[in-house]
Design a protein around this ligand. Sequence first.
Ligand code: SF4
Ligand code: MG
Length: 324
Amino acid sequence: MAFKLQDYRSEVNIDWCPGCGDFGILSALEMALNEMQIAPHNVVIFSGIGCSGKTPHFTSTYGIHTLHGRSLPYAIGAKLTNPNLEVIVVGGDGDGLGIGVGHMVNAGRRNLNITYIIYNNGVYGLTKGQASPTLKLGLKTKSLPQPNLNQSINPVVLAAVSGYTFIARSYAYDVKHLRDMIRRGVEHKGLAFIEVLQPCPTYNDINTKEWYEGHDRPVDKTGKPQQRLYKLDETGFDPVTHNEKELDQKLTQVVLKSSEWGDKIPIGIFYINENIPTYEERISQRIPNYKELPPAKQQIHLENGLPNIDLNKLLDELSTKLEK
Ligand code: SF4
Ligand code: MG
């Protein structure tokens, strides 16, 4: 059965503010899943708290709207239990890089085959626009009484040093580019991270759509605004780590390239490394039939509904091991 684009949309009324970049992200996500023809019932989208947290409500896939900053542990648990599921995690910059940053870093050590998308708008939109961990030092959005006192986190660099093996950045209003980045992330073997620059027209009046499109800059030779965003793949940038010897150089170029900000902001794939085993592969080395018989497929009860685990036998085994 072929799935149509509309098969990925739920009937829930979308209540993001008019013009919010989240609309572009939702569309790109649906387009990517549709292009790959992944059945909606085979996808689970996990979210935390924030405007982005509503995403699973608006799709027809399975979805879990979890706690603030805790979407990754839920997603990791689901993927380990049923590695055949397509697991996608979405969240805001406040959710993932503030309260949830410990989970973001530690997920990198495991390299599960899941995709994590951060909607980066520089503010906590759902709670009226406080400065988030990605707002640059000294910026004063209209929702702040005074300029931001904190340095900002670069999500791409954090993902790189944490061990994510696919790292990209895209832009919420460039839906085709974002669709391609999500597709590449989902198809990647290992943990994929995608930062999406997402204007929040309600609370961030600095990094707006017009700002990304360069309307405040002098026009170019053709009389058009000079876009701030440029595509890495059009500059000959090579994100692929072909072997272990290249690792230092590739990670260094991620730091340097992703730190460009201001008049020129790169989007595209910063880093790909498929030489590192996934967590599922590491588990399979210890439990050879893990992929064929993961926890989700194991029988846990008898026909009469009673548990099929004989606790006495288990306790006997344990006590024997202790005696040894
Ligand atoms: Fe979007 Fe900002 Fe409105 Fe939230 S507050 S829905 S991020 S525009
Ligand atoms: Mg935010």
